[in-house]
Design a protein around this ligand. Structure first.
Ligand code: AMP
Ligand code: MG
Length: 295
């Protein structure tokens, strides 16, 4: 989809499987939070718990436009959209084709730049075609992008406002409306996927070096995040890839971690994940969430 910043690889922002496909196509070795794009007439309260007065001022002045704001998310927003963070990044794009698409769809679209990991963001439909070719079903040609750089991202979830990424709306213009903005948050974004507060279960998570032996009983104080099928269905086991499909596994990852975390067990073990396709990103996430490995 075209936007005024860059072309986005758009998928249903509330559907974990669609979100997992974004990561699969982009071939990122990690999951990072996505920006949800919404139509001007969309009711933001459906997605977020609170809209601060500062956020309202910014929305009134800069939406639709290249400004992304962070809000505390409602449960409806999948963990894969926020990489497990309790906040969701939302933007209302100004491009008329983006707006028409979003209104027609009636729900938010996640849309990171339509390029493979480590490559530059496309600013024309032709560039998207060259970059992603037949991996996507359709390119909506909205002409060249007017702005050509990503959106400015602000964290407006606390009393202070933090700049998380410089972009389409200059800092000076924002400060004219809401006063001083702190720059220290910018570090958080320099290495995408490196955000400190990513979700980790409260129950210690240990990564197994080998799959759990299928003939061995699982101790009652232990939960297992299995990769492939487990002979008996135990409440303390979740199987990520019963069909070996990493995209489906990615769509389930956060949900399963949360479910196992809520069981009140002593520890969660996770089985090795094959390093292919999204397996890389799943491994990265498990590694960040874990307290170590075990045999
Ligand atoms: P883009 O690749 O232009 O779609 O921008 C996505 C970027 O927005 C991510 O890589 C993060 O750096 C940032 N972002 C999205 N959601 C959040 C969030 N909840 N907290 C902090 N940063 C976020
Ligand atoms: Mg990008």
């Amino acid at each position: 989809m075209p936007t005024e910043t860059v072309y986005g690889l758009a998928a249903d922002g509330l559907n974990p499987e669609a979100l997992a496909r974004i990561f699969a196509i982009k071939q990122r070795p990690f999951f990072d939070p996505l920006i949800l794009h919404m139509a001007e007439n969309f009711e933001l309260e459906r997605l977020v718990i609170r809209i601060s007065p500062t956020a309202r001022t910014l929305m009134a002045n800069f939406w639709p436009g290249p400004l992304t704001l962070l809000f505390p998310k409602r449960e409806l927003v999948p963990d894969l959209a926020t990489s497990g963070l309790p906040t969701v990044a939302i933007r209302c794009p100004a491009h008329p084709v983006a707006q028409a698409l979003l209104q027609e769809f009636g729900s938010p679209l996640a849309a990171p730049s339509a390029n493979k990991f480590g490559r530059i963001s496309p600013t024309s439909a032709q560039a998207v075609k060259e970059e992603l070719g037949d991996e996507i079903s359709l390119v909506l040609d909205g002409g060249p992008c007017r702005i050509g750089v990503e959106s400015t991202i602000l964290d407006v979830t606390s009393d202070k406002v933090f700049l998380l990424r410089s972009g389409g709306v200059p800092l000076e213009l924002l400060e004219e409306k809401i006063g001083p903005i702190e720059l220290s948050g910018e570090d958080a974004i320099k290495a995408p996927g490196m955000l400190k507060s990513h979700y980790a279960p409260r129950t210690p998570l240990l990564r197994l070096q080998e799959p759990w032996p299928r003939d061995q009983e699982l101790p009652s104080d232990t939960a297992l995040l299995a990769w492939s099928n487990f002979p008996v269905s135990v409440e303390r086991v979740r199987v990520l890839a019963p069909d070996g499909d990493e995209v489906a596994a990615a769509a389930k990852l956060f949900q399963y971690l949360r479910e196992l975390d809520s069981l009140g067990v002593e520890k969660i073990l996770s089985e090795p994940v094959p390093m292919k396709g999204l397996g890389r990103a799943i491994n990265d996430r498990l590694e960040r969430a874990s307290v170590g490995t075990t045999v």
